[in-house]
Ligand binder design. Sequence first.
Ligand SMILES: [Fe+2]
Length: 511
Amino acid sequence: MFSRRLFLAAAGSTLWVPASANAHSGHYHFTLGVASGSPRATSVVLWTRLAPDPLNGGGMPVGPVMVRYRVCLDEGMRRTVQEGVVMTSEAKAHSVHVTLNGLEPGREYWYQFYFGEDESPIGRTKTTDPKATSATFAIANCQAWETGHYAAYRDIAEWAPDCVIHLGDYIYEGGTSELGVRRRTNAGTQIEYEVVRKHNSDEITTLYDYRNRYALYRSDPHLQAAHAAAPWIVSMDDHEVDNNWAGGTPQDPDKQTALEFAVRKLAAFQAYYEHMPLEQPPTLNGLAGHLQMYGAYQFGPARLNLLDTRQYRSDQVCGQGFPADFPCEALENPALSMTGIAQEKWLLEQLKKSDAKYNVIAQQTWFAPYRYSENPASRTWNMDQWDGYPLQRQRLIDAMADDVSNPIVLSGDWHCASAMTVHKDPENAKSDRVAHNFAATSISSVCSWSPSVAQAQSANPHVSYVNGEQRGYLRCVADSQNWTSTYRTVANPSDSASKVGTDTEIRVRDI
Ligand SMILES: [Fe+2]
């Protein structure tokens, strides 16, 4: 227990915490940097974690400790507007989540944490402003540690957008690979990539493993810089738990029992929360873990609906393979869902009541259809994406077509950038245009199926751009005139100092 006297002293005006109460080792405690997230008009969540030995469980002794924070109006940390002390302990891996309230809309703030003699890096955050005339977002996803450095995050940090939206695959659960160049052949074309650094263990399944894996990824200076540069909103995809998991079903149910997977999923949720600026920790109901990730945010002219398409999803039908097994009658089941019933109802209500100029649905997988064959009889689809959930997709398209202003769907997952139009009949490019679907490539994960995507583009007349060959991210700028999607690409993913440039820019006016 922390002492009441210490707490009162800390909660007073001086916010003094004796160094001796906190100094547990000679090692620096803020090795994983700082972050902020879940931005609202008057609130934001600040994050850090005390981890003097980050790759071996964190290195903090058992017991509660107090961490001090300060929030200022200036980068030099002179004009303090809020300060306080929060308690953390081994129960949450000594992570710290502070919800700041009473902030001003659309304002930048700088923040810093203090523990013993140690000061954290200074972070910049920003509240949302529903009345702003423009908004900027970076869309990031898929950052496999081993196959590339994070030059893209250096570029995001330099840009310092209003918000970074992370669409998942923040970590990968797999084991280690050997360093060096790899070659793969896909659709008769050879692609090359390099394993530039190694994971820190075999495939992860326990809370201890997941914590160490997040600490490894978070040790990257460019990733830390991107977290310190802007607030993030985050929703996981599959690799934060297990490849292609859906609801309560793992990728390989023959290799892990339902109980083993439930325990693994809860460990993954807990570690994700411990490393993200999320508002709420996971909850446990019986053996069922739950983590709230979907939600709505208002950034000036853009209403952003962030979805969670893994936690409530029906299992993929017609095989896990790619392409899937056809014919596939199971696809005609209207209960097949990416989001679950409650989230779909919530989303439809959000779209219906919104008066925003741009209505953004940020979620994990490609929303528009994509055929991987010139032959229309050959239904070569990726069933892990919305092509595997066609009736729910049609319900959302119908809702977007019903007087929703400028629907824009953002995607990650496929390690391949694309710009696609969503039509009323998504399989018929001659039917009415309803929405745009912009997909970001990956921060560092390889797209070894990139030649298949490129070769099939002509069979997909609703698709104007694909690029699975390069790593990077998507910049989005929404203003009173246009929505602009800028595809940023990394020249050399094996070089953390690589140049990052613009591959293409797509500007859309009102649909
Ligand atoms: Fe990925």
